[in-house]
Structures are given as C-alpha cells and as structure tokens.
Design a protein around this ligand. Structure first.
Ligand SMILES: Cc1ncc(COP(=O)(O)O)c(C=O)c1O
Length: 459
C-alpha cells in the first residue's frame, strides 16, 4: 500500500458498482461472492484501487490505451481550457483543435492527407467499410464491394466490424452478419499453415488466392492489423507486407491498416505499418491517440480516396453522407495534440524501442527457464509469450492455467493480459503492453512477476 494514498472508505462505491455496473467482457456471477475491482487513481505506470492497493500496470489501462501513462496534468489542463472555450460543434464545421491535430497527424503520415473524426476504433473502421461500399457503388458499377479480413485479427465490436472478426469467439452468438466480408488466412509462422522457406510471401499469397476465388472485380478492400493484437500478438513474417502491397496494387484492392492498437507509438514508430515501407489507402486509429484522456478515433485516407467523394458536386448522393455526433467533441483532438507533444518531447518512441527490446530479451531468458513458453513475439512495447503444454507438439496450454498466470501476477501487484475468449483453443498468449514511459525497473518487475507466476502455476 502506498503511504501517499491513504485509504478512504470507498465501500459505498464498490457497492454501487456491484449493484449497477455491467462490466465489459465479464461474467457477473463471480461478483455475487467477490467484489469487483474499482480503480481510484493512476500516476505514471501505477494504479490504486478502492482498498488503496498499488498495481504496476503492464497493459496500459487493460487494452493498450494509456500510452503516455496516468496523471498527465498537461493533458487535463489543455482539455479543461478547451472545454471552457468551446466544447463541441458538429463535424460539418471545423474546430481549432480538430484542424490543428489533423495537420500534425498528417505530418507524421506521408502519403495520407485527410482525417475523419469519430469516437471509437470500431466506428473508425466502420467508416472505412462504408467508404469502400460507396466507392463500389459510385466508381465500380456496384462491383468491388467485398472486404477481406484476416483470421485472428479484430476490428471492433459493432455488428459491421464483427463481420470482419478473425476471432470466432468474439463474433459467436451475435450473428447473423452482413454479406460481403471474406476471411483470409493468418500469418503466424509459429502456427504454420505451409511448409515453405519464404513463409511471409506464402502467407501473403494466400490473400491473392482468396481474391482470385472471389473474383478480383468483387473485392474492394482488405483490412489488416499491422501487428495482430488480441489475436495473439502476431508480428508479420519477413516479406509479408511487401507482397500484400503488391497484391493490392495488382488487383486494385484498397489497403486498410487498422492501427487502433499500434497507432501513436506502441511499436516504436508513429504507426505500425511504417516499419514495413508500405503505403496504405486507409489508416484507422483510436486507443493511443489521446491515451484515454478523451474519446477520439480517426479514419485517415489518401487524397486519391478523398477525391472519389468530391468528383461530382452535382450528384446529391455523391459525397460521404456520414456523421459521428461525438466526432465533433474538441476534447479528443486537444488531448491528442498534447499526447503527441509528450511523445515527441520525452523521446518516447526511442524509449519504446529500447524498452521493447528489454521485454523481449527478458521473455526469451524466461523461455530458457520455463518449457511452457513456446514462442516469444513482439515489436516495441507490444509483446506476447505463447504458452504451450508441450513444446514439441505446440499443444496450447489450457486457458484456465493461462488465466492462473495472469491472476498470480495480479496477486503480486502486476497487471498483465492474455488472449481471452478470442480464438477457440488458442487463448494461450500472455500480452504485455506497458506505457511508453516504462523504465528498465518497470519492465524487470513485470517479467519477474511472470517468472514467479509460471513457477507456481506450472509446479
Ligand atoms: C485492432 C483493433 N481494432 C479495433 C478495435 C475496436 O476499438 P474500440 O473498442 O475503440 O471500438 C480494437 C479494440 O480492442 C482493436 O484491438
């Protein structure tokens, strides 16, 4: 318990939560016998709950979001000042932070020119799907309306984005889904689907096979995560992205990169795709854009895409007829401007690369010690360790034991994550995504907690 954070009696808060809050991704039966965890305060990488208990957060707010850490007064001040000046105007007009953040963002994204604001990652992705459908209607005579998505990727929680869920357990029981969304194979070499030398190119060629099967004149776009997040922290194999880009160009398929997790520094570059020298047509982002200090998401497009919506001003249906009410909130872009300044001024991209290498090195050292770690993957401060019951057969470790590792770390005051209700039989990857401000001792404390947890759980 931290001496700086005396325990006030917050039992009424816990009681209110227990009685009335429906928690995300949670089976509530457990709260008949245990209290839900309610957080009160955060500072840097640390959190405190209603019992005054301190935690080291190894997952940036649970879902890769609080990139610059908790308790940033400069973001709070910027948001407060903006709110009293102008909190909102609908996105048909501009606002000062909306214009300035769009300019700063585009400076980081050569080849992209336009920013469309909304307020969640799911919504940002849905905007692309609508744009692709409208491009098909207006420019391809109703053809090229299909959108490809990849096994193990995730793009959101709405019915539209769940139609592109490569994680079956996320989509299960919420169908039926709309037509025109077609799956391509994943690219995780550890769970190889082809026995070849050039695995990356082969995995990308599988996309071409799907395009040819569906008919190139029916396929308008493909949506891909640069590094798959909740599907098991899948870093693409060598050669994958270059080949994907070639295939997209060959068949005039628009490339949509979902940077909802990787965006704004998570992998050590502003965007994950920038590691691979590719040029997307759409980039979507949300979580780290304002580090959770305000809700904001962006759908960023190239000028070529944008032009397709203003080519005929005489057509009353010819422009993007879409709105997101809260896309007009100024808190999002003003928080995002300050968030970006912090990343730049504090050198957090460099820190992410250095600390990411430390996470991977520590995990690889643990792999030498614990046979249960089958594979270690990651880029920047976005890392995973896949747990297996048997290294030779790669049989996944039972989900309950994976969760026991997470629970043991929590009992040690360290929050880590694991793939959860995503992939039947494959919810076996521990996930680490500390804030970009993480220090060497933070990283070591997280991996030491995993070491202890694995020792106890596998005993
Ligand atoms: C890659 C990716 N895309 C989209 C989303 C959906 O974002 P949101 O929950 O803000 O709608 C997520 C959420 O975890 C994600 O991981």
């Amino acid at each position: 318990m931290s001496l700086d954070h005396p325990v006030n009696d917050l039992s009424h808060v816990v009681a209110a939560d227990r009685a009335h809050v429906w928690h995300h991704l949670s089976q509530h039966k457990q709260y008949e016998t245990v209290d839900p965890r309610v957080f009160v305060e955060g500072k840097g990488m640390r959190l405190w709950d209603t019992n005054g208990r301190e935690y080291l957060d190894g997952v940036s707010g649970g879902v890769w979001t609080v990139n610059v850490g908790y308790g940033r007064t400069s973001i709070a001040d910027a948001v407060r000042d903006q709110l009293v000046k102008l909190n909102y105007y609908a996105g048909a007009a501009g606002t000062v932070p909306g214009a300035l953040f769009a300019q700063r963002l585009i400076e980081k994204m050569p080849g992209m020119t336009r920013v469309y604001y909304s307020n969640s990652g799911s919504e940002a992705n849905e905007k692309v799907y609508k744009m692709v459908r409208q491009i098909a209607a207006r420019h391809h005579g109703g053809k090229k309306w299909k959108i490809l998505y990849r096994d193990r990727d995730y793009h959101g929680t709405t019915i539209g984005t769940l139609a592109t869920s490569g994680q079956d357990q996320r989509a299960m029981q919420y169908g039926p889904y709309p037509d025109g969304f077609v799956r391509v194979p994943h690219c995780l070499e550890y769970r190889a689907q082809w026995d070849v030398e050039n695995y990356g190119e082969r995995a990308a060629d599988a996309i071409e096979e799907v395009i040819l099967r569906e008919g190139p004149d029916t396929v308008g776009a493909i949506v891909l995560e640069p590094v798959t997040a909740g599907g098991g922290v899948i870093t693409p194999p060598e050669g994958y992205w270059q080949r994907v880009q070639e295939i997209c160009r060959k068949y005039n398929v628009l490339l949509h990169i979902d940077e909802v997790v990787c965006g704004l520094g998570r992998t050590g570059t502003w965007f994950g795709y920038q590691h691979y020298g590719i040029q997307p047509d759409f980039v979507t982002m949300a979580k780290g854009v304002a580090s959770g200090y305000a809700a904001i998401s962006c759908t960023v497009t190239s000028e070529r895409v944008f032009e397709m919506f203003k080519d005929d001003a005489s057509d009353p249906m010819g422009y993007f007829r879409d709105i997101s009410t809260f896309g007009g909130c100024t808190a999002g872009p003003v928080a995002a401007l300050e968030n970006m300044r912090i990343i730049e001024d504090e050198g957090l991209l460099d820190n992410t690369i250095a600390m990411g290498e430390r996470v991977l090195a520590n995990l690889r050292a643990l792999q030498d010690k614990h046979a249960v770690i089958g594979n270690v993957r990651g880029k920047g401060l976005f890392c995973g360790a896949e747990l297996v019951a048997d290294r030779a057969t790669k049989e996944p470790l039972d989900e309950k034991r994976v969760q026991a590792v997470v629970a043991d770390c929590l009992a040690q005051g360290v929050i880590i994550g694991a793939t959860n209700r995503s992939l039947p039989g494959l919810n076996n990857t521990l996930c680490l995504s500390p804030a970009l401000i993480a220090t060497e001792s933070d990283i070591d404390r997280i991996t030491d907690a995993i070491d202890g947890a694995l020792t106890r759980v596998m005993a």
